[in-house]
Design a protein around this ligand. Structure first.
Ligand SMILES: [Zn+2]
Length: 284
């Protein structure tokens, strides 16, 4: 099976799939952890650019899409073990983050998994019985021998993959291919390169369409300056996904593009009163 490349995604028709605005969503970014690192540790082949190294902060987040009668999580965050074993600052579990918003795991109607790295599916074990949607290419890839190479495996936890398999065995895993409507006003778009089945998510809000880049673009600078991230399975696809995101960002229907790990997302948007780690990206 040939995975769809971003060049097969027509940005205008993907945006049109977000509907006419009759269904709109709140979009919240919830920070779960932080990493203080270096630019040379983040950007692929950083030395090629001839720029000085410097400190860089990454945040670890998941996103909540909320409407009258549904709560969709985009990604499930990290497990405590997944975070601490890699030296990530771990600030709160998914369960606690939800409770702070008066939500219980059973209130989550669906989880969209952008890709299977530890910081995006580690919290699935805290969401038992919740239906999950992810790309067929992503689920298939991490079950292949090719995916077992150490450079690919450092950001994967076998326990998390086992949990995905149990979700599939319970009949709760929906695998999608190509641009797919997950709910009215919520559309996933293939944006591979970081992983084979990386997804970005388009969400209709009262402000326009919010593009959750997830890890198709970790940082604003990655997107703006075309600087690929260190972890990738296909560099050309990654470049093409960055290009797709820039095309989407320029479209007048798009309110904002939210990169997956940039702390500037929290600085750009107001936070919920008393919850400085929960940013209100847009309202329904
Ligand atoms: Zn990530």
């Amino acid at each position: 099976m040939t995975p769809p490349t971003p060049s097969s995604v027509d940005p205008a028709s993907a945006l049109a799939r977000c509907g006419d605005g009759s269904m709109t969503w709140d979009v919240l970014a919830v920070r779960q952890g932080t990493l203080h690192t270096r630019r040379s540790h983040v950007f692929l082949l950083h030395d090629v650019y001839g720029e000085p190294d410097a400190d860089l902060v990454m945040s670890y987040s998941f996103w909540i899409l909320r409407t009258e009668d549904a709560v969709i999580l985009v990604d499930a965050g990290m497990s405590e073990e997944g975070a601490r074993s890699r030296g990530r600052g771990y600030e709160r579990s998914v369960t606690i983050a939800l409770a702070e918003l008066d939500l219980r795991p059973e209130d989550v109607t669906r989880v969209i998994v952008s890709h299977a790295h530890y910081d995006h599916i580690g919290g699935l074990s805290e969401l038992p019985g919740r239906p999950v949607t992810m790309a067929a290419e992503e689920y298939a890839f991490w079950r292949t021998d090719a995916s077992r190479r150490p450079l690919l495996r450092t950001v994967i936890d076998d326990a998390d993959l086992g949990h995905l398999e149990s979700i599939a065995a319970d009949g709760l895993l929906t695998l999608c291919t190509g641009v797919t409507e997950v709910a009215p006003g919520v559309v996933v778009v293939p944006a591979p390169g970081h992983t084979p089945g990386e997804l970005a998510v388009l969400v209709r809000t009262s402000a326009g369409i919010v593009v959750l880049a997830c890890d198709a673009a970790h940082l604003d600078e990655e997107l703006e300056r075309d600087l690929p991230f260190r972890h990738q399975t296909d560099l050309l696809a990654m470049y093409d996904s960055l290009r797709l995101l820039r095309v989407l960002a320029r479209d007048p229907a798009v309110a904002t593009v939210v990169t997956g790990h940039d702390p500037r997302v929290q600085q750009r948007h107001p936070h919920l009163p008393g919850l400085e780690h929960v940013s209100i990206v847009a309202r329904r």
